[in-house]
Design a protein around this ligand. Sequence first.
Ligand code: ZN
Length: 487
Amino acid sequence: MTQPTPPSMTRMNPHHHEHATPCSTRSAGALFAGHALLPSGWARNVLLRWDESGRLHAVQAGAEPPQGVAHAPGPLLPAMPNLHSHAFQRAFAGLTEFRGQDQDSFWSWRDLMYRFAARITPESLEAIATWLYVEMLEAGYGSVCEFHYVHHDRSGRAYADDAELSLALLRAARRTGLAMTLLPVLYQSSGFGPRPPRSDQARFIRSTASMLSLLERLAPACQAQQAVLGLAPHSLRAVPADSLAEAVQGLTALAPGAPIHIHIAEQTQEVEDCLAFYGQRPVQWLLDHLPVDRRWCLVHATHMDAREYAGAAHSGAVAGICPTTEANLGDGIFDMRQWLAHGGAWGLGSDSHACVNAAEELLMLEYSQRLFLRQRNVLATTAQPQVGTALWLAAVQGGAQAAGRSCAGLAPGQQADFLSLDTEHPALNGLPVQALVSAHVFASQRTSAVHSLWVDGVLRVQAGRHALHDVAARDFVAARAKIAEFS
Ligand SMILES: [Zn+2]
């Protein structure tokens, strides 16, 4: 989805006293905002201060505007962490929306996606990811968890540098300023059994030992740009039980708190296959056989029974929900009410990137629950009756946990990842501050009402645009044309 920039975004806010100046490296800084959404709700006259590592050390409400401190162009929200991305899939979004057989499904979509993945090169991956990350920043995301599974060259052989494609993603993140959690994917079999991989999965496959050495190879590169490194066993159908246990043990020895993400119960077929092989549903099997805790993110835990909802929520793991992708692929509906009844944490992923917009993911999530329950404002809470605000704050907190990064909101100790809403956007202009997030989520008409966005205290989006917007879009289009071979 390309996001046309409304004319209002190209003007600076007239109430903006001193412009925050763009700067591509971190330094200590401060910003004053008339309104800011803190973890407890909206506050007035908020002064933020952060240190040279981009970490907030003071968030003071009711402050006097100090001399020499820039004023935010509008109300501030925490930036949204994106907990699930396969960057290369951005380049074929929109290319699978046609009927290929009597009943298209996740599995027929996956065949098309594999044909596309087969043609990715390090150069095209970097170009696609660079544009995708520009889009994410412009749409309110401050960080991404990259669930990265294309490791090898087109014949399935390791590149001379085994980390070649991972490094392309890290470069795209560094260049755009998006914070990254890199999750190299362990993929070994084409189904429960274990069944040998298909030839079109050859680029994904590696042994557990080679995964652990890849992690060791990537650790210094991640550290150099403050990226978080974790692991993503692809799914129970792609990783046999002994490999899964060994990989989790190996990661824990390398980095005890590192995040672990897994696709878990996206498709009913997958649940049936798991029942047939293990005699248990996938989430239940995982809970019974692995040390599932707060490090874990269960991506697409769509098909769970009541016992699994309770067990998974109580484990402390984050539910990784990707509302527009799950709708696009016809996965099913995650039961938020059951998850929240057990106090479960959750966050958002844009996954296949048919949509790259944090606000629109929240809209889809709330609407799916409304359609299912025939009720309104399902995900509002007693503490936060504005459904947009309740959703935003919860997804920021769960997303930060899944990312293994301190980006859980505007509070001391968290990174200075935040955005300023565009109060000149027609959907927001003149509304009371309490209504702004809901207006952004439910009424901004598929255009982003994000005016500016900071990551680690560094201004990355100004007046709705990232500095690399034009050049990254051009390189993305060229890379996609080469891969898709239109005509
Ligand atoms: Zn995924």
